[in-house]
Design a protein around this ligand. Structure first.
Ligand code: C5P
Length: 221
């Protein structure tokens, strides 16, 4: 089957406090985008890659892919205002005969073949989406603006969901076409009535939000 990866890297990353987008923040010696790009390109599970860059940063993203020798990169497009819009932009470059689409956040640089295999394999059983997740270990509380606890949320059955997320290409296309701005693609598929499975994720798939996250991930490289 042909698997297309959409690497979404168009977020601003304002909490990093840099004057460039998060995807171009330094992780070690290279821009953050380099790590997930190289890993997806080297994965035997991935046939082709579409990079979704911040508007105006398509050229640096293409140059980076060339420098890294990432021969699977087929296109680089500008993202949109929301993550869902960025995935929609990436999907326009995925050909009609693609069987599966793997959507991955560039902000989670340490993507590995093991988790890619875990999310792709159940698609053969007819799932509309497969996502990696970690069972929530902490006690969860809903907190008001004034810092007061409004309620303690039962954590049974609660999972924190990561990327890469895998979908049959036609399911993802249909789900995103029906609109909405869910914070992950699985949310759009669920809203459209799809059945989504959770498989074990990886703590190393931490999403870079702050400078501390960058330092932590750099230490894991
Ligand atoms: O903002 P959030 O943390 O949910 O971003 C997750 C991923 O989605 C990041 O890799 C970010 O670059 C990407 N994103 C995007 N376009 C947006 C917002 C986020 O490609 N408009």
């Amino acid at each position: 089957m042909s698997v297309w990866a959409i690497l979404v890297a168009a977020g601003r990353g304002e909490r990093l406090g840099l004057d460039q987008p998060k995807a171009f923040a330094k992780l070690g010696a290279d821009p953050l985008l380099a790590e997930p790009l190289r890993r997806l390109d080297e994965s035997p599970w991935v046939d082709a890659i579409v990079v979704v860059a911040p508007a105006g940063w398509e050229e640096p993203a293409i140059l980076l892919a060339e420098e890294l020798g990432c021969g699977k990169v087929s296109a680089c497009v500008a993202g949109g205002d929301s993550r869902a819009d960025s995935v929609r932009a990436g999907l326009t470059e995925v050909p009609a005969d693609a069987v599966a689409v793997l959507v991955h956040d560039a902000a989670r640089p340490l993507v590995g073949d093991d988790v890619i295999e875990r999310v792709l394999a159940p698609l053969a059983e007819g799932w509309d989406g497969v996502v990696p997740g970690l069972q929530v270990a902490d006690t969860l509380k809903r907190v008001g603006g004034d810092g007061a606890v409004a309620e303690t949320v039962a954590r049974d059955g609660l999972w924190a969901v990561q990327t890469p997320q895998a979908f049959p290409a036609d399911v993802l296309r249909r789900s995103l076409a029906s609109g909405g701005d869910a914070t992950d693609c699985a949310g759009s598929v669920e809203a459209a009535g799809g059945r989504v499975k959770v498989v074990p994720g990886d703590p190393r798939l931490l999403k870079v939000t702050t400078a501390d996250d960058l330092a932590k991930i750099a230490a894991w490289l």
